[in-house]
Ligand binder design. Sequence first.
Ligand code: ARG
Length: 471
Amino acid sequence: MKYMWEGSFKEKIDKDIIDFTKSIDIDKKLAIYDVQGSIAHVKMLFKVGLITKKEKEKILNGLKRIKKEINGNKLKILPTDEDIHTVVERRLIELIGKTGEKLHTARSRNDQIVLDEKLFLRDEIVHLIRQIIYLQNCFLKKSEEYIDTIISSYTHLKQSQPVLLSHYFLAYIEKLERDKERFLETYKRVNVFPLGVGACAGTSLPIDRKYTAKLLKFPVISKNSLDTVSDRDFLIEIVFCCVLTLIHLSSFSQDLIIWNMDEIVYVKLPDKYCTGSSLMPHKKNPDVFELIRGKTSNCIGLLTGLLTLVKGLPLSYNRDLQEDKKPLFEIIETTKSILKVLSKVVSEIDFNKDIIKEKISSFTLSTDIVEYLVKKGKPFREAHSLVGNIVNYCIENNKTFFSLTLDEFKKFSQFFENDIFEILNFESSVNAKVSNGGTSLINVKKEVEKWKKKLKKSLDLITNLEKRISI
Ligand code: ARG
């Protein structure tokens, strides 16, 4: 068999070199996009007069048959096939003969692969954003379910201040919202049309790039041929968006692993989302969360690999770029599967309200006492150190803030009056946090209502985006 680029070669290509350089096992995932791009390209070739109407029709019929074969999982890959572009072209020529050889007019695989990747990513971004919104909704439902449950917040994994559990879930909705925005922002750069810049210099053939772009619903075309075939910023950005989303989910998983410890048991994981030990019959392990953490590490490694891949590349196209697809596909698949399982688990997770209540220390109210003194006129620093002394007194005398009498408080400062007991409970502490972004019930309820509307709007936005790109 002859390779399409073999014209000037004086000897047969070494079989091991063919095996080493081919990418079909990976890039076959792009098959449907390769055909989609080719269909638009052929229409453009006809429009500018590079092929006749008859040729156009013939090629389009062939491409439509290939599309059907792909959808029915029937497109055969031969051991001699190099990549997805050559598979489609080979099959086209098998189906329609010599006319098929016109398909590659004014096109190079260097610009074609960028188009395939961009078409693929447009679909994947929409899918990922849908999954993110779904997970945000799962968190929102949990916020409603535990709207007034009070839990200690943690800094440095030490009990800090009382917050609403609903406020905790809302924190993840915020993080996911930024993840969603990042995907949408990057989408703009994915949505720049690359085809028609050829191998690296453009073409002397009278092509109409804007027309092909319009057919494929790209709003703008790329400006520089050298940049276009070498640019993988858009791809790395999407990978980064995935990785940062995973980092958020990994950090949530870490909390849940801790909250599931036998010494803590804030959460009850449904049995169906746990796995057991082959040796210890009593074990129900939170492996899902651990694997989210583990898979995230792997994806960070893949992102680093991609950055290193492009770091030293001379302009313009280099074959190194072929190695971008494996990590890209793996990261996207991992992100999708994590979003899917996490949504399931979050929806069904239960929290042990009694244990959460029992474990929160009265010392989480120390800042409330400081603020009480500040309101009475004590300088903050003085109040801070004074309350520190009260904490030490409690520890030394085996007491909590709740068991102190007014006389004991007064030993530390005459500023203390009977109203100190009004602030010494977790509800008052939480509800006093009315500053913007604070955890008071009134704030949190407002946020929940805001998110209900906002998430509905996000879904509409994404449906519109889907309509804009469906070709
Ligand atoms: N398979 C290549 C890639 O994924 C595209 C083909 C470019 N080949 C070439 N010899 N210039 O980047």
